[in-house]
Design a protein around this ligand. Structure first.
Ligand SMILES: Cc1cc2nc3c(=O)[nH]c(=O)nc-3n(C[C@H](O)[C@H](O)[C@H](O)COP(=O)(O)OP(=O)(O)OC[C@H]3O[C@@H](n4cnc5c(N)ncnc54)[C@H](O)[C@@H]3O)c2cc1C
Length: 510
């Protein structure tokens, strides 16, 4: 008798722990885990070898974990719908299990095709949520409550070893990065290895010790690499689930509170964990925006701002920014660090975008793919929402314009970070470095450019342009539409739970 084969299609969910699709498939067995090398995604302008290498490592570990469960993974290198057609033709009866993905337009279209194909073929398709993003919402009413329900749900254990079907299709080995014609040259000094084990170790070390001064040390590019959790690529590629991270954080908070008793020394630690917990909430909050309005990948949240920075940007300015040659030492140091490591902390990302958006007046759509390629943790929903927020195109957030010299003095007061990444000016004194190119220290050097724009003047002009557009006919009503669809609500019943003292916390950034 031929069995129905339960196919678990792995996408951005490269793990076996807390994995709804795998668990449900195993209950019904026999189970065929599947990974498809999706060339459309790989060729996309927002993808790079940095992502592929991380995913390959995660996939190798996943292959071992599944093998221990008696389930060899099948890797196919063909168009996704063709792959499923092929599987249906050789097995006769299949059910597909996968996670709900909130990705770029390519993955959105791919998943739509798969959905249509399963409908036409009468194949059962089960898509499971894997975080706090809710599919099919019309607005944000009650969203925080739903997020909490998702995070409170029971963690799904690793399934018992299951029966594998006879392998009737030859799989391929995962192609090596250099054979794939991917966007290259990013993150060559990346230190993060993909996989579930590394994710767990990072979570544990963060909750045990590294989070101690997280709140205080997250903003400087010198301290952030150690004191931030560094979980972002693992969450983005699904090596760990949001629920596991949130529940472990809440458990750690409870433990510290119990240990703390009357001691106030754990106060900063508890505040840090609260702050971290909020960010886990933000992650889904921002991804929810793309889920509800996929078009924000290509157009501004506030449509009145679509043509604000119209036209192709000045190629020289764009290239100077991309290559860390703007003549603003702290901006250039951050860009060079990012390109080498494939990661930089939140504040520095925001400053880099602010510099492109306000100082150079470059539309976020011209930097989106480049930054996506350089971020090992590229998560379309967060990335696009943040890019727009830091460029001022949401219409519901106040403009956040960073002064690059002040940022350098605040977060790299001794200029050690700048000296490491902009060696051309390393021999100068600290004040000379911070004030590079200003009238105070006009020191020409053949190796390093003078500032390519005057920050104060550029910002004055940018603010004026925003003031002008805000008086345009549709600006206010367009902003109101954004607020209604995407703005965070003050939850009416159970507000976002404050993990340190159980009280509700005001809603998060819109
Ligand atoms: C322009 C821009 C683009 C960004 N693009 C991405 C992206 O593609 N992928 C991504 O994961 N983060 C992105 N971020 C948010 C943030 O910079 C990173 O999540 C963070 O630096 C990751 O490091 P961490 O894991 O050590 O973070 P931690 O500080 O330890 O935070 C824990 C987790 O919370 C989430 N998180 C933290 N900050 C934010 C935030 N501001 N918004 C939403 N979620 C957050 C992440 O999942 C992160 O792993 C972007 C920020 C900016 C300004």
């Amino acid at each position: 008798m031929s069995h129905t084969i339960q196919i678990v299609w792995f996408k951005r969910d490269l793990r076996i722990f807390d994995h709804a699709a795998l668990s449900n498939a195993c209950k019904r067995g026999p189970v065929l885990p599947l990974f498809i090398v999706d060339r459309q995604i790989l060729r996309a302008p927002d993808y790079s070898s940095l992502h592929y290498n991380f995913v390959s490592e995660a996939l190798n570990e996943l292959r071992d974990s599944l093998r221990k469960m008696g389930l060899p993974i099948l890797v196919l290198d063909e168009d996704v719908v063709s792959a499923f057609t092929h599987l249906l033709s050789v097995y006769g009866k299949i059910v597909v299990h996968c996670h709900e993905e909130t990705g770029n337009a390519i993955s959105f279209e791919r998943d739509r095709h798969v959905r249509n194909w399963t409908r036409e073929q009468g194949v059962e398709l089960n898509e499971y949520p894997q975080n706090g993003v809710i599919r099919g919402l019309r607005n944000r009413d009650g969203w925080s409550r739903k997020w909490n329900e998702r995070m409170d749900a029971q963690i799904i254990p690793i399934p018992e070893p299951a029966k594998a079907p006879e392998l009737r299709i030859p799989g391929v080995s995962l192609p090596i990065s250099s054979n794939l014609d991917l966007n290259q040259d990013f993150g060559n000094e990346n230190k993060l290895l993909g996989g579930e084990k590394a994710a767990r170790e990072l979570l544990d070390s963060f909750l045990d010790s590294r989070s101690k001064d997280y709140e205080k040390l997250m903003s400087s590019p010198i301290s952030a690499p150690h004191h931030c959790s560094r979980l972002s690529p693992y969450l983005a590629w699904g090596c760990i689930s949001s629920k596991v991270v949130v529940q472990a954080t809440r458990a750690r908070v409870a433990e510290l509170k119990a240990e703390k008793g009357g001691r106030s020394s754990e106060g900063p630690r508890l505040r840090s964990l609260t702050s971290f917990h909020s960010r886990m909430h933000w992650r889904c909050h921002f991804t929810q925006k793309l889920e509800m309005e996929p078009k924000i990948e290509f157009r501004c949240f506030n449509r009145s701002l679509d043509n604000l920075r119209s036209g192709t940007p000045n190629a020289n300015l764009l290239e100077a920014w991309r290559s860390g040659q703007t003549g603003y030492p702290f901006v250039d140091a951050c860009m060079r660090y990012l390109r080498a490591r494939g990661w930089i902390n939140f504040r520095m990302r925001a400053m880099l975008v602010s510099f492109a958006a306000y100082d150079l007046w470059i539309d976020w759509r011209f930097i989106k793919d480049f930054l996506a390629q350089t971020f090992i943790d590229y998560e379309p929903g967060i990335h696009i929402s943040q890019l727009q927020m830091q460029s001022g195109t949401t219409g519901i957030n106040t403009l956040r314009i960073y002064n690059p010299v002040k940022q350098g003095m605040d977060h790299d007061p001794k200029a050690t970070f700048i000296r490491r990444w902009v060696p051309e000016i390393a021999r100068l004194s600290t004040p000379e470095i911070h004030d590079w190119g200003t009238d105070t220290f006009l020191r020409p050097t053949a190796d390093y450019p003078h500032p390519i724009v005057d920050h104060a003047e550029a910002v004055r002009l940018a603010r004026q342009r925003f003031r002008d557009i805000r008086t345009s006919a549709n600006y206010k009503s367009d902003s109101e539409k954004v607020r209604l669809l995407h703005g965070s609500r003050k939850p009416s019943t159970r507000r976002h739970r404050h993990p340190t003292h159980g009280k509700s916390k005001p809603s998060i950034a819109t």
